[in-house]
Design a protein around this ligand. Sequence first.
Ligand SMILES: [Cu+2]
Length: 247
Amino acid sequence: MPLALYLTVLLPLLPADASAHGPALDHHLLLNLWIILALAALAHALLLAGLALRRSTEARHLLTIEYLPLALLAVTFTALAIHAERLWAATRYTGASHEAMQIEVTGLQFAWYFRYPGPDATFGVTRPQLASPGEGNPVGLDPADPHSPDDVVTSELVLPANREVDLTLRAQDVIHGFSVPELRLKQNAVPGESIHIHFTPTTPGTYAILCTQLCGLGHYRMNANLRVLPTDDFRSWLAAKEKTAHP
Ligand SMILES: [Cu+2]
């Protein structure tokens, strides 16, 4: 069976987890797939039982073969869906701690930009009409705003390991999909919306950030690097960037 093959051979080939929430998601994915495999086998067994009993018109057979499995299925899938909701939707989007590091992610055709608020810990105002990647202002920072000059804008996302991060996802033109497979993260960036997603990277390393929405002809080259660094390395990286942003 292809599904059994997938479970035993291919699933261990998933990219290694580099986030605190990833193992629970992987576990739930596996659980779902094993249950589906068991149900596929059960459905065939019931089909055979139904054939063997087809001459009988007794209502109790109908109950055992049709309604009881149906009720069990409904209960199983509801429980799985509620657990998935708790693992993903109810925890990744709300409830970021106050200490979480604030970073803004902007998707545009065809690049990702990342903004750190700088020493004042406040993002400067941005205006779409000022956005100009060619002139070094891809997110449209307004120089007149006092919070703007110390903002750091980069084309790679650099994060400290084991600290919670609260990303704000934005898009300038069309819908883009922010995805990091190793962090088990995937969320669309939608024009006109600021979407928050929070998580804690755990393993230092370099990972690919992909765009998972077909966003135009250059979609295939819309990627960036995520570097997760030990805390001290991250501090010196950010300090160097802040020096260049606001000498
Ligand atoms: Cu894109």
